[in-house]
Ligand binder design. Structure first.
Ligand SMILES: Nc1nc2c(c(=O)[nH]1)N[C@H]1C(S)=C(S)[C@@H](COP(=O)(O)O)O[C@H]1N2
Ligand SMILES: [Mo]
Length: 322
């Protein structure tokens, strides 16, 4: 007998699982078989990863979690980078339209060495390290990503900030010709994307600037060629494709805080006890996550970096300064 209409629950893995998650699962299965892994990987995925220049970086176990890493395919296909669209797949689809070499960073404000720097002269490739950090998005999903880069403090010291510089401000490239999300009147954000840190947060040893991930240069969708990584704060603080750094006395106006101050604060420290007005922050979906294995877990204060960073906020009411 020919059953024309399968019952609704009779669906294959591929149908219920978002494609990146499905591909990642195949990759994982291949790994457990331990042989001929490459044969089971989708050719396109391999090509994508191989197409990126590799970077050698010394693993830094002191600053790395041993948690299972989120596969390359999820890290590079499920992104927030509104300059290329608001869909999670938009950055992977369109970020190749951005030219990342050469790349210049303007350094301004209260420091002894302002100027327009060529990124190639700012990052010493021999000093690169790998750090495996958790990344917790304010939207309640998270990943574990092996970043390649240097501590932000090592970059900041080159510019010799003045004692009056209490904050560091960052800006992303604003170029509608290369960033389709910045074109037209459909864009919701007032560009460029802006972020900032208090100086003590900026020079904290956990605060990192990434130029790569998974041992390769950063894919454009992840914020090439230079992006911030602040692992104890919600992902929106980790600004991508940085072209401007300014040292200043006043607290900078940052993109999400300006757009919706009741929902997104300047501090944006990961905190399971302070809910977003429209959803709970108590738990998070660790990617890869699918309908059959959503992979929910408890969110930790300061994203699990409490021992390292809690002192920065001693005496502060975290519900008030969210
Ligand atoms: N310029 C810029 N930086 C950005 C964003 C953005 O839209 N534009 N999104 C932020 C958000 S909300 C998150 S969660 C992270 C996502 O980084 P990933 O795509 O590398 O995982 O980037 C952050 N940095
Ligand atoms: Mo985010």
């Amino acid at each position: 007998m020919l059953i024309r209409n399968k019952p609704s629950w009779h669906i294959s893995h591929a149908e219920v699982t978002p494609e990146p998650v499905y591909l990642a699962r195949r990759q994982f299965m291949a790994g457990t078989l331990a042989t001929a892994t490459a044969l089971m990987l989708p050719a396109s995925l391999l090509a994508e990863e191989k197409g990126l220049r590799s970077l050698s970086a010394a693993p830094n176990p002191d600053y790395s979690t041993a948690e299972t890493k989120t596969p390359f395919s999820d890290v590079t296909r499920y992104n927030n980078f509104y300059e290329f669209g608001t869909g999670k797949g938009d950055p992977a689809r369109y970020a190749h339209e951005m030219q990342v070499e050469p790349w210049f960073v303007s350094v301004e404000g209260e420091c002894a060495r302002p100027g327009r720097y060529n990124l190639a002269d700012l990052i010493n490739e021999a000093a690169l390290e790998e750090r495996v950090y958790r990344l917790r998005c304010v939207e309640a999903w998270s990943m574990v990503i092996p970043w390649v880069g240097v501590p932000l403090a090592s970059l900041i010291e080159k510019f010799e900030p003045a004692p009056s510089a209490r904050y560091v401000y960052f800006e992303t490239l604003h170029d509608p010709a290369q960033m389709r999300g910045q074109r037209g009147r459909f864009s919701t954000i007032e560009w460029p994307y802006r972020e900032g840190l208090r100086m003590d947060e900026a020079v904290h040893p956990l605060t990192f600037v990434a130029v790569g991930l998974y041992g390769r240069v950063l894919p454009n969708q992840n914020g090439a060629p230079l992006r911030l990584v602040v692992p104890w704060k919600y992902g929106f603080k980790s600004i991508k494709s940085i072209v401007r750094i300014r040292f200043q006395a006043e607290r900078p106006k940052t993109t999400w805080e300006q757009m919706a101050p009741h929902e997104y604060g300047f501090y944006a420290n990961v905190n399971p006890h302070v809910d977003h007005p429209r959803w709970s922050q108590r738990r998070e979906r660790r990617l890869p996550s699918g309908l059959l294995s959503p992979n929910w877990m408890d969110t930790r204060l300061f994203n699990g970096y409490e021992a390292e960073v809690a002192h920065l906020y001693a005496g502060m009411n975290l519900a008030e300064h969210y």
